[in-house]
Ligand binder design. Structure first.
Ligand SMILES: [Zn+2]
Length: 414
């Protein structure tokens, strides 16, 4: 790292532009993220996620004058000064959140994130057993939980949490192929039903799903409100070379299928099973990689750890509409201590100034054009610009046109 530039920055941290990192997972869309970033995509590669954070695997690049530095390394030089004293004291010397734009053209795996105590215990157990951290059968990549909040930028389809018991009972009665599961749900015991689904011998899974998928292939369901549509689609997306069926297809019927309108979101607490099916969102999560999978994936499924992590309460999910703090700021509060997601909407000529005692923040312009002012510096932020604001630095945005930004911050201590 070029020492003198870093020294200048550390002496008096100022807002910096970031260059995010694109993840080209196969399920990603081909247009939204390249257009947001203003880059060409002539080979139509999938641009699945844009990471804006300091995760050591894919840190954003901090653009200092005449040079770039990995954001995690820059923070490491002076964590208290860059992140804020309160953040370091409560959450450690690394950026506690990871901010993303995600574009799902095709569905992602069904997953659940462990609680903090389960993550710590699981990580230490796997470390002690000598399982390499990148081994396919490894479940815990770090010691932390991974709560997530997201807000849709387009219509967005997802699975979120188990459906209420009476809805599940109705599914088992009305989908004829699921009749063999009815005894496992006697007494509305969701844990027993789901344990049965996840431990059923593969030939019994196939015996239920093959006739269901044959029927759906004939019916060609088109309604995205109906799990049949997504089950048929998933059977094609996750077709296995050996012709076996992915038991995650059953979960599509057991979890709440929801469609978010742009501006609506959900919070994924530890233990809540979820899957993104289609759409573009902005996502903010704790800086962890602990994912336990439950299906719609060729990857390893650790059934005992999954069952231990799951919250078996059947209920409709809470849809976050955001709380308007003013005509400019909307916040999406969650119980997470690591992050808070906010939106800033500015009409031409309007301006917004950051709270002076803020901790480290990241902001992305999703539409419009703003000028960012900080003491004697000025920067033009067009659509797709990502700004990192170190703790306590001054920052004011002036809208050159009607603009919308999403902002990740560390919530104030209660
Ligand atoms: Zn997740």
């Amino acid at each position: 790292m070029p020492e003198n530039l870093i020294d200048d920055f550390i002496a008096r941290p100022y807002p910096l532009l970031l260059q995010g990192v694109v993840r080209h997972y196969a399920w990603g869309g081909e247009r939204y993220i390249p257009e947001l970033l203003g880059i060409a995509n002539p080979k139509n590669r999938p641009f699945a996620e844009l990471w804006m954070g300091a995760h050591p695997q894919s840190p954003a690049q901090a653009l200092l004058p005449n040079t770039t530095v990995d954001l995690d390394k820059l923070i490491g030089v002076a964590p208290e000064k860059i992140l804020g004293r309160d953040s370091v004291k409560r959450l450690g010397p690394a950026l506690p959140y990871l901010f993303k734009i995600l574009d799902a053209r095709d569905m992602l795996s069904i997953q659940v994130h462990p609680s903090e105590s389960q993550a710590r215990e699981g990580f230490e157990r796997e470390e002690a057993a000598g399982i390499p951290v990148d081994a396919p059968q490894r479940s815990y990549k770090d010691r932390y939980s991974k709560p997530e909040v997201h807000v849709a930028l387009t219509d967005f389809w997802m699975l979120n949490g188990f459906r209420p018991a009476q809805e599940i009972a109705k599914v088992l009665q009305t989908v004829p192929e699921f009749a063999p599961l009815q005894p496992a749900f006697a007494g509305d015991d969701l844990e027993r039903l789901y344990t049965t689904v996840m431990t059923l011998p593969q030939q019994e899974v196939d015996a239920m799903l093959n006739p269901l998928l044959d029927r759906l292939a004939g019916e060609q369901p088109t309604e995205t409100e109906n799990p049949d549509y997504w089950a048929l689609k998933a059977s094609q997306s996750f077709a296995r070379p050996d012709g076996r069926r992915d038991r995650g297809l059953l979960s599509i019927y057991l979890l709440n299928l929801i469609r978010l309108a742009p501006g609506q979101g959900t919070f994924q607490a530890a233990g809540v099973p979820h899957a993104y099916l289609r759409g573009i969102n902005v996502e903010l999560m704790a800086n962890s990689d602990n994912v336990l999978r439950a299906g719609l994936t060729p990857k390893h499924i650790d059934v005992p750890e999954l069952l231990k992590a799951l919250n078996f309460r059947g209920e409709h999910p809470q849809i976050l509409e955001g709380q308007r703090l003013s005509d400019i700021e909307t916040v999406f509060p969650t119980p997470a201590k690591e992050f808070e997601l906010c939106r800033i909407d500015l009409l031409t000529g309007q301006n917004w100034a950051i709270d002076p005692d803020h901790q480290a923040e990241i902001l992305i312009v999703v539409s419009g054009h703003v000028t960012a002012e900080s003491e004697n510096r000025e920067m033009e932020l067009h659509r797709g610009a990502i700004l990192f604001a170190p703790a306590t630095c001054a920052l004011r945005l002036v809208a050159e046109t009607t603009s919308r930004c999403y902002r990740a911050r560390i919530p104030k201590r209660e």
